[in-house]
Ligand binder design. Structure first.
Ligand code: NAP
Length: 295
């Protein structure tokens, strides 16, 4: 390949090391509470990884696994109890929730001081207002990868494809905080390839396999592929494989640097969750942000 491969696994491992050092400097280990409702296989895998890495960095984790039929008031009550528990530093509600549960009501029950996914109104408001707070994990991971690759991001044109609450919108605000010039594209955007070709940093967060081709990419651009899509692949034992939103084989010859899928943004999302948990623990103990965890 011509461009550099951005190794998300390696960057995430280094961030987890810094998290572990910050954990070790505390008199008592921070605790992450994970709430999982139902038995969605993908959610089980994600929760398993999050718990494993939480423990590997020296933190404690507690789990609240509830059956899919649990009523909304019961889910909200579970989250409220964790919010009120002085021993819990971070609360993660694994999304998506079963269809009969209103995610917004559940998220509203998370104490903003423990909102390690950065999804509450308070966290979103603080991000919008430029105030300190817990930032959403995946977009934070994108910014860290871009800074690892390019250094100072000031003045770079960052094009984000996608405007979801989880990824696209917070990513736009976080790259703006880094003094990028930010464009946000979506399904109604005209001339999408032309807009993408003006990007120094391209962040597709769509959920369409191989949407972004080489002729959408400016030569030398940094491409941070957020998309995770499962496609059929008869050559694999499993019959399928994961790909991003970028046609990797096509794009790698043009991009200056590019993340693989898997092994790019995904590991950063978990590392940023651990970072947020330790940041929440320090803030709840009245301590400053530990060295090595600022972005
Ligand atoms: P989402 O809520 O479905 O949002 C998708 C966004 O893409 C929407 O804003 C939509 O535009 C836009 N879009 C759809 N088709 C488009 C097209 N043809 N051209 C341009 N824009 C288009 O998804 P999400 O939660 O943000 O997730 C996006 C992807 O990232 C998914 O593949 C997801 O699995 C992945 N993801 C990865 C991680 C990770 O850790 N790596 C974390 C979270 C999500 P409209 O608003 O106009 O509909």
């Amino acid at each position: 390949m011509n461009g550099t491969l951005i190794d998300g696994k390696q960057v995430a491992a280094r961030l987890r090391d810094r998290v572990a050092k910050s954990v070790a400097a505390l008199p008592s280990a921070p605790t992450l509470a994970v709430v999982l409702i139902g038995d969605d296989p993908a959610s089980q895998v994600y929760v398993g990884s999050k718990i494993r890495f939480t423990r590997e960095t020296g933190m404690r984790s507690i789990e609240r696994r509830l059956p899919a039929r649990t009523s909304q008031p019961d889910v909200v009550e579970t989250v409220r109890a964790l919010s009120a528990d002085p021993d819990v530093d971070g609360i993660l509600v694994q999304l998506p929730l079963p269809a009969h549960i209103d995610s917004a009501a559940v998220i509203a029950a998370i104490d903003p001081a423990k909102d390690v996914d950065g999804l509450t109104q308070a966290s979103a408001g603080r991000l919008m207002l430029g105030q300190p707070g817990l930032r959403p994990c995946t977009p934070t991971g994108c910014v860290i990868l871009a800074k690892e690759t390019l250094g100072d991001l000031s003045g770079k044109h960052c094009v984000i494809i996608g405007r979801s609450i989880l990824v696209g919108k917070p990513a736009a605000l976080l790259f703006l905080e880094q003094n990028c010039t930010v464009s946000v594209a979506h399904s109604r955007t005209d001339n999408l390839p032309v807009i993408c070709r003006s990007a120094d940093i391209l962040v597709p967060a769509v959920g369409r396999p191989n949407l972004v081709k080489s002729d959408w990419i400016k030569a030398g651009a940094c491409v941070i592929d957020v998309g995770i899509n499962r496609i059929d692949d008869a050559s694999r034992k499993s019959g399928s494989r994961l790909v991003g939103d970028v046609d990797f084989e096509d794009a790698e010859a043009v991009a200056g640097a590019i993340t693989p899928v898997p092994g790019g943004v995904g590991p950063m999302t978990i590392a940023c969750l651990l970072r947020n948990t330790v940041l929440a623990a320090y803030a709840r103990r009245g301590l400053d942000v530990p060295d090595g965890l600022s972005i």
